[in-house]
Design a protein around this ligand. Sequence first.
Ligand code: SF4
Length: 566
Amino acid sequence: MTATQTSLFPPRTVTELVEDIKMLTQEIQDLYCLDDIPWIIGVSWGKDSSAVLQLVWSAIASLSPEKRHKTIHVITTDTLVENPIVSAWVRQCMKKLEMAAKEQNMPFEPHLLYPETKDRYWAGLIGKGYPAPRLKFRWCTGRLKINASNQFIRDVIRTCGETILVLGTRKTESARRAKVMKELEKKRVRDRLSPNASLPNSLVYSPIEDWRTDEVWMYLMQWPNPWGGDNKDLFTLYQGATADNECPLVVDTSTPSCGNSRFGCWVCTLVDKDTSLAMMVKNDEEKEWLQPLIDFRNELDILEDKGKRDFRRIYGKVELFERRKEQETEIVPIPGPYTKYWREHWLRQVLEAQVKVRKNAPEDMKDITLITQEELSEIRRIWLEEKHEFDDSLPRIYQEVTGETFIDSRPGVGHSLLGSDEWDILSEICGDDAMHLELMAKLLDTERQFYTKSRRVGIYGDLEKCFETSSRSQDDAIKNAHIKRNLNNAISKDEVDILQVKKELKNVLDSKEESLQKKATAKEDIHQVKEELKKTLNPEDKQPQKQLSWGQIKFGQPSDNTETRR
Ligand code: SF4
């Protein structure tokens, strides 16, 4: 809170701030009593949203009980990768708020919202292999925060027709934020009440939009917390932070990066490491047990991660982009998701970090969970069903790191025709050719997936996709992408260079030929795998049992059927 703030507003005196608070209290009361539209307050429990919650609570508390006629939902999102100290503190705050609301007969209802399992951080990073979030690829905020809060808001709108969303957004948060708010002002219904750009039938009320940071702190420090919380604890949480930003409840993408604060995720790679968990541990010896989390985050936060990622995009195709390197332009593939090796590596790392922090955590944090069982189950599902990695390595890694058996909540998982033994045979057959192993695994597993279905419609299409994505070596696939790009460029030029187009077409046909050859090899190899599997299941030394005749059973003679007949 000591950071220099953007000077968008002239400083106000304390008396002027007090007057503003009085005016806002009246405004909140009038707006609340005006109709039956339910309110939703988005709270991250940082300074801005805490100030707004306190303002609204105090205003409603001054109304007579019969006027407190409509529910005010207080929503907070928990990404499940929150800073553990902040997360514990937030839960405590919500408990206090809930109890105080009951005791004081206040219409406030707290809700802790979680992202759907498929949207969670580990399902994205370890399951799908999405790279650690960056400004240019910030895949996390929508999945972890926006979806969960928007779903809640949509549900309220569905039930009640409309809603008013109360937020602690301020124009001094950032120049971009100020610009967005200014734009929305043009469509305003009344002061501080704007239409919600992303959700129809909802309005956004932003009572402290013109407050400066020091005013927010002054309000929190000088006005007592009305639900029994301690704003000094909040102040302590912020102490030592090098940036003023917080992680507000995010409802749209115009919100500044939510990672740059104490209130962001501990894994956040959009944050400067000195303003995250690291500062907390540095300033407090008692928090040293959190060091494994910092180590994990730092390992993840490597800009040059090309070697850890696939050369194809997540859907299996090579995409090229132009980049400037040392005064020259080069055309290179856009890196895709983390490879199998690195996804397994991150899983091992996060499980190891969990084992370590549980061992060293203080008594009240011993059950700290970095990755939940549902997330592990979802990762296993993605690896098995979407990536066709039928070696099913998750339970093995889990057992190796934690010493415990992995129990999957999904019924029947792990009982498959193909497993780690078959994977080993396949790896042996394919030798060093990783791409061939991938193709064979995909083909076999696609066949297996259809085997359990009552109708096999679409199997040819899916098998074809396996060849499209995995039949070429890395070099060939990149070469092919260049050929296609050159062909497109040649065609789109004003004057078509027929010779050039012919040359590129020839290249395309050559590569098609190679692909057909691959298909033939794959067919042979699948036959070989089947033979190997047969051998494994029926070793030669184990002769198939002969059916015994009546004579053999009765007299124990080693005769065959012919002899018995004689
Ligand atoms: S804090 Fe960081 S990791 Fe978490 S949602 Fe925000 S940007 Fe993503």
